[in-house]
Design a protein around this ligand. Sequence first.
Ligand SMILES: Cc1cc2nc3c(=O)[nH]c(=O)nc-3n(C[C@H](O)[C@H](O)[C@H](O)COP(=O)(O)OP(=O)(O)OC[C@H]3O[C@@H](n4cnc5c(N)ncnc54)[C@H](O)[C@@H]3O)c2cc1C
Length: 488
Amino acid sequence: MSDRAIKAVIIGAGPAGLTAAYELSKQGQHVVVLESDPQYVGGISRTVEYHGYRFDIGGHRFFSKSREVEDLWTEILGADMLMRPRSSKIFYRGNFYAYPLKPLEALSQLGVLESALCVFSFLQARLRPVPKPKSFEDWVVNEFGERLFRTFFKTYTEKVWGMSCKEISADWAAQRIKGLTLGGAIKNALLPKRKLKDGTGVVKTLIDTFRYPRFGPGMMWEACAERVRALGGEALLGRSVVACRFDAGSSEWSVTARTPEGALEEFRGEHLISSMPMRQLVAQIEPRLPENALRSANSLRYRDFLTVGLILRERNRFNDNWIYVHDSNVRVGRVQNYKSWSPEMVPDPDFCCYGLEYFCFAGDGLWTMTDEDLIALGAKELEQVGLGSAADVVDGCVIRQPKAYPVYDDDYQQHVGVIRRALAAHCRNLHLVGRNGMHKYNNQDHAMTTALLAARNILAGENKFDVWSVNEDGEYLESGHAGASTRD
Ligand SMILES: Cc1cc2nc3c(=O)[nH]c(=O)nc-3n(C[C@H](O)[C@H](O)[C@H](O)COP(=O)(O)OP(=O)(O)OC[C@H]3O[C@@H](n4cnc5c(N)ncnc54)[C@H](O)[C@@H]3O)c2cc1C
């Protein structure tokens, strides 16, 4: 280990932690990144390898409205960043619907009577909207009408969050669906695509394509960690942070990490950048934070997630990147087809690999099932939705991801506010970044932007940039122009 003074100790080698580390290292600052995973960097954006087959934790599209983030991805991976065609569908009551929805196709598949009822319920919602919508359900019903809400939003959203759409905050809908209106979707379906300003071609939005590393998102973060190391920084795996102490005398952070063998190591640095879940960080800070901050941290909730990775004989059953499974007869929420993300996710062209995604709470029935039972469930449900035959499954693995989603319930904003105020009053040189680090439903690009701003505040020696303003406008980046999504 280097004996250079550490400018920043960074918790987590996900997109946020590694982006901060890279930015500081490029400016000649010494950093140490501590990552609890003993094998992978990348956090939720890692890629897990099993017998040469590669699986994401969900598929990770690389798309940002920020030129700086796009350029950073290009700087790190260059030609290994592929431009891939996008195709996704919704499976509902035995039918496959294009997603993003093509209204005319959707209405024709729903049938004349159901379509008429949908239009009627949409008009009804426009005439008599729920005043001041508080829940996700109110918000979506106001925008689309009760019937379309039930068909295209309710079942999937409830699978993802494990709670009723009435309990989910309207904030979340506003952040994730803003920009998607029924009128806009119909206009997009009917009108020819816009020409670029210079008249050279059609605007490409994320509806059509996305960028993706040849070997999955983990490739990006492995390359980034290598760059940090090449610049003299340290990115240490298998280091679970268990305590963070601020010493007011030396104005230094002292961070204790446990190795897989159980040994404790201590790292002292001028700044602490944390991308670990807020709930965990607040409980570890010494001197102890006031009771109300500890209570608020304990009230933050998360949704967990697991992927059943299946390796199958290739029968070319579908070539979409992913399919949302709205049907409530099966527990699977989404099926990823990794060969469509990048052909190099699969080492043998006679086979393909799918990820069957189950949303759950750590410790519940799904989470605690044995891997063998989960693989059998995945194979059975794949056949039930008509996307493959259980007899073609030759092998499988299970990847569990705790705290995949920070939950936006009615109280989360108030709790985050209490915690922020306590940290501002009691801790100096502490920088919260990233998705669970700030309890924000952020994609990679926003997680990275918070990290870039935190690194720049450290370099400037003052808080010049407001890290909390990133993604505050509620805009979500499904498409570069008009579309939006409730999903990641
Ligand atoms: C199903 C799914 C699909 C998604 N799809 C997309 C997509 O298409 N495009 C996109 O851009 N984004 C997508 N995202 C979001 C993306 O995964 C996150 O925005 C991104 O990984 C957040 O980066 P982060 O560094 O903030 O956090 P994380 O990725 O969570 O990284 C945090 C790291 O901290 C480590 N850590 C935690 N506690 C400790 C501790 N005590 N000690 C040491 N280390 C610790 C963790 O192990 C982890 O490696 C998706 C997310 C999910 C769940």
